[in-house]
Write a protein that binds this ligand. Structure first.
Ligand code: ASP
Ligand code: MG
Length: 457
């Protein structure tokens, strides 16, 4: 059984995507589809706009353009016999969304739960079109939402996590019989909680949907079709000679996704890894290209370092106070309150003097984090200062070949020093697959280029 996760760009791409699926499909195939280009962004934007006040005209115009772009994709990709049905689905969804947006605008409040509901329309609109396009090519197919496919999550709207036991069982039950005789097209990114409320798996979550389904169905392979040629050795906007990586291990790919390589949603790897299913990343614009193959272990490790990733939009927080010295439980309390607020910690370092603890979080979590910390440490007896600096980047050097290779750290920091990059904080995971450090954002390009030259070029 082969398995495809797919991405659909502009209206013209829908047809091409269907063609790629029909050419690459195996005996049993499930397709996961994401929203059409920029649709999710636009849904998020309109949702936030309408909270500000009732503007039915604005909502109508938004719906009109959404309907037009999807209808035009359908007209290009779907045969006359199938078209009416697909257009009816689009119409129904547009009417529903219109009501939701008007409702939100009257209430004047956008909860994470309503935002998930609104964001769900991107994938719910693209899936019937792609499914219709497959039927037009003579391939039996039906569209399904993520929930209908069996993905049940917690109610952490915006970034819901699958309840694995229920999810695996339901997927097998729901898709198992269908794949014997058809190619289901599942709306990526969206799922439902135990009460059946619409949830989403986090932005760019369609990849994750593909690996959740692939893992539950024990697929032979999971393919992620995207708009770049594979996983690159660095961000080509920062590093001139970034190249495609042919083969990479799960752990390395996971580290890279986590540290900002935007090709793959960071959570994609784990479900595939658990069942040892290879993941292939390929480009819909260049389907003949080899892409990147993600596997358990490479047969031969040729490079010590595979890639240099840079992550922006992060904040360096430093919590300090002489009262922290030798007092057990401060770190536990600190990270405990942050965990309660669901603030994700990307890197941690504490000097042995114990006067301060520094850590990195996403910029979008800053307000929450500061609020939580100020509440948890109100007086000035333990923590005297909470500082943050927003203009920083993480530079992560990733490679399984670093494990047990001596002198890598020296080369990393030697190269950074030669490039005159000031290093603000350092961390190495004990897996030794990555060394990451923090630099001022203005230095990120210099640092990445220097390291890429040192290790990859
Ligand atoms: N449409 C969703 C997003 O833009 C999910 C995805 O594209 O994978 O975040
Ligand atoms: Mg996407």
């Amino acid at each position: 059984m082969k398995f495809g996760g797919s991405s659909v760009g502009s209206p013209d791409r829908m047809m091409e995507t269907a063609r790629i699926i029909s050419e690459n499909r195996r005996r049993e195939t499930v397709v996961v589809v994401s929203a059409m280009e920029r649709v999710t962004d636009n849904l998020v934007k309109i949702a936030n706009d309408v909270v500000g006040g009732v503007d039915e005209e604005g909502i109508k115009n938004f719906i009109k353009s959404l309907r037009n772009s999807h209808a035009s994709a359908a007209k290009k990709a779907v045969s006359d016999e199938e078209l009416d049905g697909v257009l009816v689905s689009i119409e129904k969804l547009c009417t529903e969304l219109m009501k939701v947006l008007v409702g939100v605008s009257y209430i004047g409040e956008l909860t994470p739960r309503s935002l998930d509901y609104i964001m769900s329309f991107g994938e719910r609109l693209s899936s019937p079109i792609l499914s219709g396009a497959l039927r037009s090519m003579g391939i039996e197919s039906k569209p399904l939402t993520g929930y209908e496919a069996g993905i049940v999550t917690d109610s952490n709207f915006g970034s819901a996590a699958p309840m694995w036991g229920a999810t695996n069982k339901k997927i097998k039950r729901s898709l198992g019989p269908k794949i014997k005789k058809s190619v289901p097209v599942v709306a990526g990114f969206i799922a439902g909680d135990a009460e059946g409320n619409m949830t989403t798996l986090g932005r760019s979550g369609s990849d994750f949907t593909a690996s959740i389904l692939g893992s539950a169905l024990e697929a032979d392979e999971i393919w992620i079709w995207t708009d770049v040629d594979g996983i690159l050795s660095s961000d080509p906007h920062l590093v001139k000679n970034a190249k495609i990586i042919d083969e990479i291990s799960y752990i390395e790919a996971q580290e890279l996704a986590y540290f900002g390589a935007e090709v793959l949603h960071p959570k994609t790897i784990a479900p595939a890894m658990e069942k040892n299913i290879p993941v292939r990343v390929k480009n819909t614009f260049n389907p003949k290209g080899k892409g990147t193959l993600i596997v358990k272990e490479q047969k031969k490790i040729t490079d010590v370092v595979k890639a240099i990733a840079v992550k922006n939009e992060v904040v360096l927080l430093t919590v300090s106070g002489v009262g922290m010295i030798g007092v057990p439980g401060i770190a536990a309390k600190l990270f405990g309150v942050l965990a309660e607020e669901r603030v994700n910690i990307l890197m941690i370092s504490q000097g042995s003097s114990e006067v301060n603890i520094s850590f990195i979080i996403e910029k979008s979590d800053l307000k929450k984090a500061l609020r939580a910390l100020k509440t948890a440490f109100p007086g000035r007896d333990v923590v005297t200062e909470i500082k943050h600096s927003s203009d920083v980047s993480i530079v992560a050097v990733v490679g399984a070949g670093m494990r047990g290779t001596k002198g890598v750290a020296a080369r990393v920091f030697g190269a950074a020093t030669k490039a005159r990059v000031n290093i603000l904080m350092i961390a190495q995971g004990s897996s030794e697959v990555n060394i990451s450090f923090i630099v001022e954002q203005k230095d990120a390009r210099k640092a990445a280029s220097a390291l890429h030259k040192e290790f990859v070029e």
